[in-house]
Each structure stands twice: as C-alpha cells, then as structure tokens.
Design a protein around this ligand. Structure first.
Ligand code: ZN
Length: 190
C-alpha cells in the first residue's frame, strides 16, 4: 500500500478525501486508520455504508483483516445527510455501490464544514469506472490510490478480476471470487 505522507496532517475543515483502488488494496483498513486518528483527536465521527453490503456484519465496516469500526447501513445517499447532522467527520465505505446522488451529498457535507472520507472501488470487474466514484474523484480535494499486488506476476495490481462468469455489476464477493491483477495480466486474463 502506498500512501501520501501529507494525509496525516490536519485537514482543513470542509473537504472531501477519497481512498480508492482495487479489491485487496487496503482501502477499508486505511479508512479505519483515519477514523481512529480522528477519534483520538476527539472529533465526532459517523460512518456509513450501503445497505446491500451484508457480507460480514450489518452494523460494522469490516475490512478483510477483521479490523472493525461501527457503521450505519443506509439505502440512499440522502439518508446520510440527515444522519450525519452533528458529525465533524463523515466516512462512507463501499461508496461505489451508491447512486450518483452521492456526489451532491458529499459536496453538501463538505460545504457544511465537515471532513468527508470516501472509500470505494474505482473500477468494476470489467475495468470500467464504478458508479459515482469517478465524479467523486473529480470533486475531491485529496485522493489516495492504494494498490494490491498482482497474483499472477507480482507487479502493482490495479484491477479486480472476477474468477466466476457472473456478469452482474454488483456481486458481493469474498476473496476467493476475485483476484488482484496488474494491467497486463488483466488484459491476458479477459
Ligand atoms: Zn501481473
């Protein structure tokens, strides 16, 4: 995982940060790390995730190494506006599964002076920009792209390659249904 060093400096109030990358790149771990730092600094935090992500636990943002933090599942971005009312730091995990209303919601939260931290897949299993993520990347002040390691060759991996033949965009997967691949190995696999 490659992190920009400035990200741990105190962020200005009212900004959007994005942590993006492929599966297995450590996005949720980095989101949790930033949230824990904010909590140590006595900032009021709120964490949200899409309702459909029920892979492990309905009430927690859970990363693959079981580092957990309490989160609230919501079915639409507008719910976040209501629920995040008195929070100074608002985190949203698995943001690629929300519709593009999330863009306006992020802007509104940041314009209210909140620090907004978004984590999500930047590309789907076909290598296409995923959901609202490209638009959120455009409006963000700070972007951190994290990487996994290519299973096939050991290079930096940018893609989440789906091992089964299911063509649905949203397929909640465990580790054994995807593998991280670099650009060249992704092209060779499809
Ligand atoms: Zn490779």
């Amino acid at each position: 995982m490659f992190l920009e060093s400035h990200i741990d400096q105190p962020m200005q109030k009212g900004c959007i940060e994005v942590i993006c990358g492929s599966m297995f790149s450590g996005k949720t771990e980095e989101l949790i790390r930033r949230l824990k730092r904010a909590e140590f600094a006595k900032l009021k935090t709120a964490v949200f995730k899409p309702q459909l992500d029920v892979r492990y636990d309905n009430k927690h943002v859970v990363s693959h190494d079981s580092n957990t933090i309490v989160s609230t599942p919501v079915s639409s971005p507008s719910e976040i506006l209501d629920l995040a009312n008195d929070s100074e730091v608002v985190a949203i995990d698995e943001a690629q599964f929300f519709n593009t209303n999330l863009v306006d919601v992020c802007n509104k939260l940041a314009n209210q002076g909140k620090r907004v931290i978004i984590a999500g897949l930047d590309m789907d299993f076909l290598g296409k920009p995923f959901g609202a993520m490209p638009k959120i990347l455009a409006i963000a002040e700070h972007i951190t792209k994290v990487h996994a390691i290519c299973i096939d060759c050991g290079e930096i991996a940018n893609h989440s390659f789906r091992l089964n033949k299911n063509k649905d965009l949203v397929q909640l997967g465990q580790k054994d249904e995807y593998k991280p691949l670099c650009r060249q190995c992704f092209v060779n696999n499809i």
